[in-house]
Ligand binder design. Structure first.
Ligand code: HEM
Length: 388
């Protein structure tokens, strides 16, 4: 066989580039075809287009810039107002579809859940803090997490009002301390939900409401709350960096992840130790439900347990704090609702001065409270708020 001529670096590079673009083209045609078939089968209307010059680089940059001043949610809401509830355009070279249409969200998260996945973006961006778990998995891995976590959220397990009481009192203590001055409730709500969530998940609270909120500790290290917030901030920066997520991996992010992992691991080791000691000597009946104790019954892998816990902390902490924040913003804007809610609560469970802790059922039965919370969850409740 005749010798083949040597391949120059230049022709190799050109060949690889051509292969790369051919692969992209085939994928594009295949995706467009499957999307078209899916859209036709489901009678989907086309999404409204928002302007996307320069392959969407200005779009991407406007989101990144707005996020620096926490104005990205307002920017996205304005886009919906301007173009429609379901919009599409380019963002850093990729097609981007966003929706706030209730029917679409219901379809994605509930009725046709199986047709939708997270894809790799969430996992790639989130794994340094969260590893594999319910918010970073699709398919069988997600089903596994779901099956593991589902039994942990029965009514009895999430209705331990007594464990909340101490954290509520500390929160109220901060408000009393302000002696009539304006209090920024939002950071307090974030500390409150971190304290109560860690108590529920780990069996012991990280008690951030006991600390002065003076930034870094004396040794310059972040406390757990600061580390968790810092790590989450970087998760979102990584999400926004899209395919370049791996470039967002600074020292501060790594340090924050390590603080979170180390703290959770300490609790995991303690729970595993407790489980093993219980095997040799029977313990008195457990007083309160602890999520971690229940998880170690099913799995003893430290990393696995750490990540499950961090996923639930992420799920339950910021969401609840944001709901509380939203609720109080709305109550301050609607004094008649506040007055009615106050009366309903006083009539149902009193003012608490007798020291009696109301039961979960009593609180749940305050219908008007439920309505207020439901309204506070709805973005439409905020429509026109800027008019005040
Ligand atoms: C007002 C409070 C809350 C809101 C608004 C909220 C909202 C949401 C949303 C939008 C999702 C879908 C997220 C996704 O894209 O993957 C979700 C999932 C989830 N949430 Fe919540 N959440 C709240 C409170 C909580 C609490 C307190 C917990 C538990 C302690 C929790 C546990 C979960 C879990 C485990 C999932 C994953 C479900 C799955 O993928 O099957 N959430 N939540």
């Amino acid at each position: 066989m005749a010798d083949l001529p040597p391949l120059s670096i230049k022709s190799l590079a050109v060949g690889l580039l051509i292969l790369y673009f051919v692969r992209k083209l085939i994928l594009f045609v295949y995706r467009s075809y499957t999307n078209y078939r899916f859209a036709t089968a489901n009678k989907c209307l086309p999404a409204a287009r928002f302007p996307s010059p320069w392959i969407g680089i200005p779009n991407w940059w406007s989101i990144v810039k707005a996020a620096r001043t926490s104005e990205h949610v307002a920017l996205i809401c304005n886009r919906y107002k301007q173009y429609g509830n379901t919009i599409t355009g380019y963002m850093l070279g990729a097609t981007h579809i966003a929706t706030c249409e209730p029917e679409n969200i219901k379809t994605i998260l509930a009725t046709n859940f199986k047709d939708w996945g997270l894809g790799s973006a969430r996992y790639n961006s989130f794994y340094p803090l969260l590893g594999p778990g319910i918010f970073t998995s699709d398919g069988p891995a997600w089903e596994h997490s779901r099956a593991l976590l589902r039994p942990q959220f029965s009514r009895d397990q999430v209705s331990d009002i007594e464990s909340l009481d101490i954290h509520v009192n500390r929160l109220m203590g901060w408000i009393d301390k302000s002696a009539g001055k304006i209090v920024d409730l939002q950071p307090l709500f974030f500390r409150f939900t971190l304290d109560s969530a860690t108590e529920f998940l780990l069996g012991e609270s990280v008690n951030t409401l006991l600390e002065e909120d003076d930034g870094k500790r004396a040794n310059g290290q972040m406390n757990f709350g600061q580390a968790f917030d810092t790590a989450q901030k970087y998760l979102m920066v990584r999400m926004r960096a899209r395919g370049l997520y791996w470039l967002v991996n600074p020292k501060e992010f790594k340090a924050a992840n390590k603080i979170c992992h180390d703290l959770v691991d300490r609790f995991v080791y303690a729970a595993l130790g407790k489980k093993n000691s219980m095997k040799s000597e029977p313990q008195p009946e457990k007083k309160k439900y602890v999520f971690l104790d229940s998880l170690v019954e099913q799995n003893e892998d430290v990393e696995y347990l750490r990540y499950q816990l961090l996923h639930i902390l992420l799920a339950g902490r910021d969401t609840t704090a944001s709901l509380l924040g939203a609720c109080f913003v709305l109550l301050s804007r609607h004094p008649q609702v506040y007055a009615k809610l106050r009366t309903e609560i006083l009539n149902s469970i009193g003012d608490g001065k007798d020291g009696r802790i109301p039961s979960f059922a009593e609180i749940k039965d305050i219908t008007y409270l439920r309505y207020v919370l439901n309204e506070s969850e709805s973005p439409t409740s905020f429509a026109g708020l800027q008019q005040y």
